[in-house]
Design a protein around this ligand. Structure first.
Ligand code: WTA
Length: 650
């Protein structure tokens, strides 16, 4: 890739770095040659009640079974809190920065211990025990982390649902894992606007009840003091309950493979899947990647801007940093409130050393102009990171030059909800950078590119990204549906984990993620199944058929383009267009807001009735000169109408 500008590791990045390039190469070779030895050593980075004697016991074939450290006993909250108390009880564990810049809080490890124990005791008081599922539908406040850690203390399985999801989406997730307790807040606060979390929860509980899951208890954290509905007997205030319990709670001794959490994510088909992660392997991997990818040193102030409702928040706001005894910053607000300088002001205010965010936020801030960045100091920064979607080279260079003054490494980290932690990434002191490349695999990760038929591609190549062997942080199953797990990830290319991503490997062995090759789109770093948006559309009584595709969007990465066929006799109108947009928002949430809706009398189908999405994608991209072969269509004429009425004319 001689045409790509290489940003070499700078002497300052190497100076105190945990890993230099020679170490990377050696450790990587060791990790793939002898995973038992490598992970046997690194498995000891967490504390064990009973040490493991077995390390890796995994198979990607047949029924697919993944076990790591299986005979050990440990506890996640113990590792994230108790074990740090002696050395860093008075150190800040969580810096909370509120939506309002005058609103902040610091929580020490000692305080975290007391809060988490109390939260665990409140859950216990209301019947939560090992193995129970607890749904957490919360804003970005420390109590959310307390609730998650409290679950792990008791051995309960949490299912955090992003606060931007609608009551319908929340209900589906409550019902899927049969969760009978929900932790929520009266309201959230983002960009100065309240989000009615408790009211949404009330609606969701009614919907879930109709589906067959009865929520017995709702623990409500008071955030804004706003008015909410209340069901006596079912709803309890967290602060009232917390006052009735002790600030001590013994952590359960958990088996390494006991379930830790469920996190729902979108796939190319059907409803969202409950990705299940288990205890020890996940924590070993989350903490190890947090340490080495961000070159984390004791005392660093670390900030990941994700929401805890996504996997990035789980692994890199809560579990990875806290397992390492770090100070993790939790931000309630949005990048452009009260001004476009907010991120950089927060960095200066709290002297942040490591900043980890999404390309979509960078693109939006880049568009707002350099002045908003330049008026801040950002002197404390040492490492920059991105995650969630491919970063375009322009945004990368802007991040590097304007935010980092051409002096800071950027780690472009590729991973997924399913992978639990970062799989492909630069390491700050080791890896020469190329704008837009996630570069090289982390320790123990074996990427492989295959073509559509599964033929392995060697050397520089463009293909589908698979991982050929297990790493400790990977998901273990789809909650309640192991067959779906095997089918989704291990059947396309037998014996390999298929990521769903396309990828190019260059002559230096660097990986460049090119985006999803399945029917998943990535909108502002939020992952969404086109099938979900389609089913939301067809649930409207005027819609007979819908097909949804992504198209390139300057800020969001991908926008949502919907083709909608109306019921016979229904006229299209601007009003109906608006009605459909708000219908999708109601069904899924604002993150699924359609950008374009095209009313289409017919969709391009093969003679066997399959919608040809390739054609729909091309039209959505306004690239219909390259529609390819349309001769297999049942009615080639529909394409002319689609092109004539396209909504995305450049
Ligand atoms: C995409 C988020 C390019 C990818 C952690 C993946 C990326 C999906 C990157 C997972 C990156 C994530 N470069 N693409 N650095 N990171 N992706 O489950 O398509 O929300 O499959 O996990 O995001 O999204 P998820």
């Amino acid at each position: 890739m001689s045409d790509v500008h290489v940003h070499r590791v700078q002497p300052a990045w190497k100076k105190n770095a945990l890993i230099d390039n020679d170490t990377y190469l050696k450790w990587y070779a060791d990790s793939v040659k002898n995973p038992d030895k490598f992970w046997g050593k690194h498995g000891k980075r967490i504390d064990w009640f009973k040490p493991f004697t077995k390390v890796k016991n995994t198979s990607f074939n047949g029924k697919v079974s993944i076990k790591w450290f299986e005979d050990g006993l440990t506890n996640v909250s113990y590792n994230c809190i108790d074990r740090h108390l002696k050395k860093r009880g008075d150190q800040t564990a969580i810096i909370w920065e509120g939506d309002n810049p005058y609103d902040d809080r610091k929580v020490t490890y000692n305080e975290l211990y007391a809060h988490v124990c109390r939260f665990a005791n409140v859950l216990k008081k209301h019947g939560v025990k090992k193995g129970d599922r607890v749904t957490i539908y919360m804003p970005m406040i420390p109590e959310t982390a307390y609730a998650m850690l409290a679950c792990t203390r008791l051995g309960a399985i949490h299912s955090v649902v992003f606060g931007g999801f609608s009551p319908d989406a929340l209900a589906g997730r409550i019902d899927d894992c049969k969760s009978t307790i929900v932790v929520t807040a009266d309201e959230g606060l983002r960009g100065g606007k309240p989000i009615p979390l408790k009211d949404n929860t009330d609606k969701a509980i009614d919907i879930a009840a109709k589906a067959g899951t009865k929520v017995e208890k709702v623990v409500v954290v008071r955030r804004t003091g706003g008015k909410t509905g209340w069901v006596p007997g079912r709803d309890v205030w967290y602060h009232e309950e917390a006052a009735t319990v002790k600030a001590e709670c013994k952590p359960e001794k958990m088996k390494a493979e006991d379930p830790l959490f469920i996190l729902y994510t979108s796939g190319s088909t059907g409803k969202p899947k409950g990705v299940l992660h288990t205890t020890a392997g996940y924590l070993v991997y989350a903490s190890m990647t947090h340490q080495y990818v961000f070159d984390y040193h004791d005392g660093d102030i670390y900030w990941c801007t994700a929401d805890v409702g996504w996997v990035t928040g789980h692994s890199y706001i809560v579990y990875g940093p806290l397992a390492n005894g770090a100070t993790t910053l939790m931000f309630e607000g949005v990048p452009n409130y009260p001004s476009q300088s907010r991120f950089w002001e927060v960095i200066d205010k709290h002297k942040v050393n490591t900043f980890y965010t999404a390309p979509t936020a960078l693109r939006a801030l880049m568009g707002a102009g350099d002045g908003h960045v330049k008026k801040t100091s950002r002197k404390s920064l040492r490492v920059l990171g991105t995650v969630g979607e491919p970063i375009n080279p322009e945004a990368w260079e802007w991040y590097f030059n304007v935010v980092g003054n051409a002096k800071l490494p950027i780690v472009d980290t590729w991973w997924q909800t399913e992978t639990g932690g970062i799989l492909i990434t630069p390491l700050p002191g080791a890896t020469d950078l190329k704008a837009g490349s996630a570069t090289r695999p982390f320790f123990g990760v074996k990427p492989q590119l295959v073509d559509g038929e599964g033929k392995v591609l060697e050397g520089p190549a463009d293909g589908n990204l698979c991982i050929t062997d297990s790493w400790p942080g990977m998901m273990r199953t789809v909650y309640g549906d192991h067959d779906r797990f095997v089918q989704t990830y291990f059947s396309t290319y037998k014996g390999k984990y298929f990521t769903g991503d396309g990828c190019r490997r260059d002559a230096d062995g660097y990986y460049w993620i090119t985006g999803r090759v399945d029917d998943v789109i990535n909108v502002s770093g939020h992952r969404m199944g086109t099938a979900e948006v389609e089913s939301a559309l067809v649930s409207h009584d005027k819609v007979s058929e819908a097909a949804v595709v992504g198209y390139p969007h300057d800020i969001k990465g991908q926008g949502i383009y919907c083709y909608v066929t109306l019921m016979a006799g229904t006229a299209s109108s601007e009003e109906l267009r608006k009605e459909l947009v708000s219908h999708v928002r109601k069904e899924i949430g604002a993150i699924a807001t359609p950008d374009k809706i095209q009313f289409a009398p017919g969709l391009p189908k093969t003679r066997s009735g399959k919608i040809m999405r390739r054609i729909l994608r091309k039209i959505a991209e306004d690239d219909f000169g390259a529609l390819g072969d349309t001769s297999t269509l049942a009615d080639p004429a529909v394409v002319d109408d689609l092109v004539a009425n396209r909504q995305n004319k450049k």
